[in-house]
Design a protein around this ligand. Structure first.
Ligand code: PLP
Length: 405
């Protein structure tokens, strides 16, 4: 008789976004006259840039001709894309990353979920708290997180790295030494960004202890401040302790097209083995590669036209984020983020829990946001709003929130 992987059963309750959808659906059924504004979305909303669409059309046409047809993609991705990434995302920033250290994939969600497979089940993980829930959930599924403690909403074998107001949402080094450290900056959900000096401390620590940092830079394109690194490889010594995850979703709108990449420097060796070779083996065995058409689309993101069009989209989302940030500050909310990320992180007023504030905003302002507690125990008492809506809706939502107090 087959046995299931009962680690899956340890995952508590519903996924955050299905719980939100359920509440919103109930509200809409009983308030048919109200127009909801969704300011909690983590998905982009602007259409794909014309330069990228042009590349897609061209690649589609190629695929329909005998001489332009492409079958299975190379395991690590097409060279034309890996070369341009190495050039523009790394060499241009003085990072010593070569094209053959880049693995093209279908996005950062699968990479951040799957990368733990090349590490032993005995490793202890550390995560920012709060953070994108995929890191913890996939370690739970793998059986690496221990037991869920309902009272504290924590996993017994996970080291939580508190990101609080008093540390500006940047974690300090932990007392207990982790093996795998997940860092996500600019951070989802807090919108906080780590400076190069602060990140260097983590790199030095990992090199000293033998830990590996998994650095999720999915929101890198939103960085506006000079002292914030765009890649962990801007820090000295990161080649020997860090894996970097990148996505085309939030910068270029590929959430529905699917494209991302992982960087594993060849110098990153643990237990006498280059992690690059393990991930290459996994890629070859378990992954079919992002489609040729999508990789050509990714290449177009780096063209002059592509870069120019995409910059405007990012500016659009960041203007929205600024509307929320300034609007809420003006009515006395404690808010952060919104400068190097499209996320605004606010402290709930009157000591409301995250879900109480969710209900309050839904009822009083007809605005949907995301309860902070969905991103880990450290998110309780906080709430996430995002700049991914339309400008008009964002302005109106802030007005409605003002009127609710
Ligand atoms: N990493 C972080 C921190 C995210 O917030 C998200 C999506 O919200 C992802 C990765 C997913 O990226 P992708 O669309 O490339 O799978």
């Amino acid at each position: 008789m087959v046995k299931i992987n009962d680690n899956f059963l340890k995952l508590p309750g519903n996924y955050l976004f299905s719980e939100i959808a359920k509440k919103v659906s109930i509200f809409e059924k009983s308030h048919k006259e109200s127009r909801l504004i969704r300011l909690g979305i983590g998905d982009v909303t602007l259409p794909i840039a014309p330069a990228v669409i042009e590349a897609v059309h061209k690649a589609v046409d190629e695929m329909g001709r005998k001489e332009g047809f492409h079958g299975y993609a190379p395991d690590l991705g097409y060279e034309f894309l890996r070369n341009v990434i190495a050039e523009k995302d790394y060499k241009a920033r003085n990072c010593q990353i070569n094209a053959d250290e880049i693995f093209i994939s279908d996005g950062a969600k699968s990479n951040s979920g799957n990368i733990q497979e090349i590490f032993s089940i005995e490793n202890k993980i550390a995560v920012c708290d709060p953070v994108y829930p995929v890191y913890v959930d996939t370690n739970v599924m793998a059986g690496r997180a221990g037991i869920y403690q309902k009272e504290t909403e924590r996993w017994s074998d996970v080291i939580y790295l508190p990101c609080r107001e008093d540390n500006h949402f940047i974690p300090e080094l932990p007392k207990e030494a982790p093996d795998l450290i997940y860092l996500c900056f600019p951070n989802n959900p807090t919108g906080s960004a780590i400076t190069k000096n602060e990140l260097q401390i983590w790199v030095n620590y990992a090199n000293k202890t033998g830990a590996v940092i998994i650095y999720d830079a999915a929101y890198e394109a939103y960085i506006t401040e000079e002292e914030i690194p765009h890649s962990i490889y801007e820090c000295e010594g990161a080649q020997t302790c860090a894996i970097e995850l990148k996505s085309f979703s939030k910068n270029a709108g590929f959430t529905g097209m699917r494209l991302g990449y992982t960087v594993i420097p060849k110098e990153l060796v643990r237990g006498g083995v280059a992690l690059h070779s393990l991930w290459a083996r996994r890629h070859g065995t378990k992954y079919n590669g992002a489609p040729y058409i999508i990789q050509r689309a990714g290449e177009a993101v780096y063209t002059e036209k592509g870069e120019e069009q995409i910059k405007k989209q990012i500016a659009y989302y960041m203007r929205n984020a600024n509307v929320i940030l300034e609007g809420l500050k003006n009515i006395g909310f404690k808010v952060s983020g919104g400068v190097n990320a499209p996320y605004i992180w606010l402290k709930t007023p009157d000591q409301m829990t995250s879900w109480q504030f969710f209900d309050f905003l839904l009822e009083k302002a007809n605005v949907v946001g995301t309860p902070g507690s969905g991103f880990g125990p450290g998110g309780e008492g906080y709430f996430r709003l995002t700049g991914f809506g339309t400008y008009e809706n964002t302005v109106e939502a802030v007005e409605r929130i003002k009127r609710s107090f």
